[in-house]
Design a binder for this molecule. Structure first.
Ligand code: ATP
Ligand code: MG
Length: 567
């Protein structure tokens, strides 16, 4: 099967994996009328992160591979933490990744009536009961993996009593925690999840969609599988921690089903990235405590943060593809994600010249009022991108680090008496260094050789160094934000005795208020990518106003992953 291009031109990888093999087997056996129908089920209690991107690629990608469908389902069974803002951001992020749920958007709350009816059915069949014990007692009676649980004294209460109490729970007669509805399965099962799991709890809280209609809410294990069933899902793909929930998933499905159709749960391992935390609880704390600027802070592992920073949807999909779909728990090197981003941007990014730490250069033999346009390559990787004109003038800026006063022989950049190529322009020789009263270098004087236009010498003279530059008079001033990893620890989630706040990298954001970029940058819109030659990949930040351009450095050019791999 060929890679199919979708919506925003990103591709869904098609490599086979164990999930595909299991789906193929089901198709061969004619299961569920040979349908393939998956779902992505986020809880709208935070923004999506890069781990979710893996699940999205697997859910939508598997459906697409087999010509099936994938639903978007918001698992909104906990009104205390869920909000419409999250729903909107989740939709935006999935679209950005290039996936389309078409008209198949669902909310678990759409099924609250059906779920409640099904609960009544289970009570009537003596497979569920209302338990009036406290949460504490119930949890005590659960036993342990090696010790069986004990029956609740309410376990065998008459059906009518449970029916009456459940109706009154629903009607709002009781306080939070006064009682719960439990499935009646097996208090001695070696699988703790089958020891009469909770189905409903009382929660007097306003829900972002159903308002105050409900004061009982279904538990995840109960709601999730049944929603799969109601939506006709055939393959419920989820992460490994749900593996132990599968017998319960199947139990509920068997109780509900009146045909051969059954959804099937398949688990894969989560994506974990070094120097990153994916817990939504911690990400929320970072946002609420102002430790980052918001969910879309470019240092966040959220999709909105990565998008803002300049990571592309295609590179995130490529990472998921590189990592693969397995049941092996592991940690992915952040450098591999960076490698995927560079690989993608290298092909696409417009090249520009810009100076981050400016040092002024006066070209003493170049006329003061002259602006000469020199021709520059837009993208060395893509000839069709063409060329552009860059203004060369009497005063220029170069990068401070491209000059050294007492340079060793092997230093190939600018130094007094040495000649280097100013990219696309001319050969320049440094003649003089101007310092302030503290001995700080404030300006360089250089001469240019008019015979070397375009950066080539007619007499075959060679220069070792080529540096980038920007006109000091014909440029755009920009604030540039440089990013580093958000956490100083390789696996912050594993540092059990540390608060995650202590593990934050204090140098994760560095702001350079006055940088200079060639005028072409004014043609760029928010989120547009470009490479500043030698300095990295950048994009325009949404904080840009009519008076100020704000630029994010997506990544520097140095590829640590390729280096590690010896490439
Ligand atoms: P919570 O702690 O709030 O449950 P969650 O990360 O599980 O957080 P959900 O909104 O429930 O968030 O996740 C939606 C889907 O994304 C689930 O199917 C979940 O298995 C999957 N998912 C979440 N984190 C990862 C991850 N790191 N790698 C792969 N899939 C993930
Ligand atoms: Mg979850």
């Amino acid at each position: 099967m060929s890679d199919k291009k979708i919506e925003n031109n990103t591709k869904v990888p098609k490599t086979r994996n164990f999930v595909h093999e299991l789906v193929e087997k089901d198709l061969m056996e004619g299961r569920n009328d040979k349908r393939v129908h998956t779902r992505f089920p986020p809880e709208p209690n935070g923004y999506l992160h890069i781990g979710h991107a893996k699940a999205i690629c697997i859910d939508f990608g598997t459906a697409e591979k087999f010509g099936g469908k994938c639903n978007l389902r918001f698992d909104d069974t906990n009104p205390s933490k869920e909000e419409t803002e999250y729903v909107d951001s989740i939709k935006e992020d999935i679209k950005w990744l290039g996936f389309d749920w078409e008209d198949r958007i669902y909310f678990s709350s759409d099924f609250f009536d059906k779920l409640s009816d099904f609960a009544v059915k289970l009570i009537k069949e003596k497979k569920a009961y209302v338990d009036e014990q406290s949460a504490e007692l119930i949890s005590k009676q659960k036993g342990s993996p090696t010790r069986p649980g004990t029956d609740s004294p309410f376990r065998n209460r008459p059906v009518e009593e449970s029916l009456d109490l459940f109706a009154r729970m629903k009607a709002g007669e009781f306080e939070n925690g006064a009682m719960v509805l439990r499935a009646k399965i097996d208090m001695t099962s070696p699988n703790m999840h089958l020891r009469d799991p909770l189905m409903y709890r009382i929660m007097h809280a306003e829900h972002h969609r159903t308002g105050n209609k409900w004061c009982i809410y279904p538990m995840y294990d109960y709601a999730h599988g049944q929603c799969d069933y109601f939506e006709g899902i055939t393959h419920s793909l989820c992460t490994l921690e749900f593996e132990v929930h599968r017998p319960l998933y199947d139990w509920f499905a068997n109780e509900l089903a009146d045909t051969e159709y059954r959804p099937r749960q398949i688990e894969f391992s989560r994506l974990n990235l070094t120097y990153t935390m994916m817990s939504k609880r911690n990400l929320l704390a970072l946002v609420e405590e102002g430790l980052v600027s918001g969910w879309d802070d470019p240092r966040m592992p959220t999709l909105s943060g990565m998008r803002r920073r300049g990571f592309t949807a295609q590179s995130i999909k490529n990472l998921v593809e590189k990592v693969g779909v397995t049941k092996t728990k592991g940690m992915t090197d952040f450098a591999l994600l960076e490698h995927a981003v560079r690989e993608d941007l290298n092909k696409k990014a417009q090249r520009l010249m810009g100076v981050l730490n400016p040092l002024k250069v006066i070209v003493t033999n170049f006329p003061e009022d002259k602006v000469e346009m020199v021709s520059a390559v837009n993208n060395h990787e893509d000839e069709s991108a063409g060329r552009r004109e860059v203004p060369f003038t009497h005063e220029l800026y170069i990068e401070k680090e491209d000059f050294m006063e007492d340079a060793p022989k092997k230093y190939f950049r600018l130094s007094v008496g040495r000649e280097v190529r100013f990219k696309y322009a001319y050969f320049l020789t440094c003649t003089n260094v101007i310092k302030d009263e503290n001995g700080e270098i404030i300006e360089l004087h250089c001469t240019y050789d008019p015979e070397t236009k375009g950066g080539n010498s007619p007499d075959g003279r060679k220069v070792k160094g080529t540096i980038h530059w920007v006109s000091a008079t014909e440029n755009v001033e920009a604030e540039v934000r440089l990013y580093d990893r958000l956490f100083n620890f390789e696996d912050p989630a594993n540092e059990k005795d540390k608060d995650f706040r202590e593990m934050l990298n204090p140098d994760s954001l560095k702001v350079l208020p006055k940088c200079y970029i060639e005028p072409f940058v004014t043609q760029m819109k928010v989120l547009d990518h470009f490479q500043l030659e030698r300095m990295g990949y950048f994009n325009i930040d949404k904080d840009t106003t009519a008076n100020k351009i704000v630029v994010n450095r997506t990544l520097s050019l140095r590829d640590n992953w390729a280096k590690k791999m010896g490439k």
